[in-house]
Design a binder for this molecule. Structure first.
Ligand code: ZN
Length: 84
């Protein structure tokens, strides 16, 4: 089974929250090890979570997922444009 980037992004909040099943966690980790885009996304997401999580750890605000995906699309587009 090969994870695509978009699938990995769905798992990132769970990855950071440490709630993924072990099998999924391993697949995501393997993907992150060789995918620069997703590594960057992970870093960005971690920063967002730190900014938004406050002292309540990883309790995501309403609409966070939509904003995250919008941001991820933006990130991916930027990466694609700059990697030429
Ligand atoms: Zn990826």
């Amino acid at each position: 089974m090969v994870l695509e980037c978009k699938h990995v992004w769905d798992y990132i909040s769970g990855y950071l929250d440490n709630t993924l099943p072990a099998d999924t966690l391993r697949l995501v980790q393997e993907h992150l090890d060789h995918c620069e885009i997703c590594s960057a996304v992970l870093d960005s997401t971690r920063n967002i979570l730190i900014l938004t999580a406050d002292d309540r750890v990883f309790e995501l605000p309403l609409g966070f997922s939509d904003r995250l995906h919008a941001r991820l699309d933006e990130e991916l587009n930027n990466r694609m444009q700059t990697s030429e």
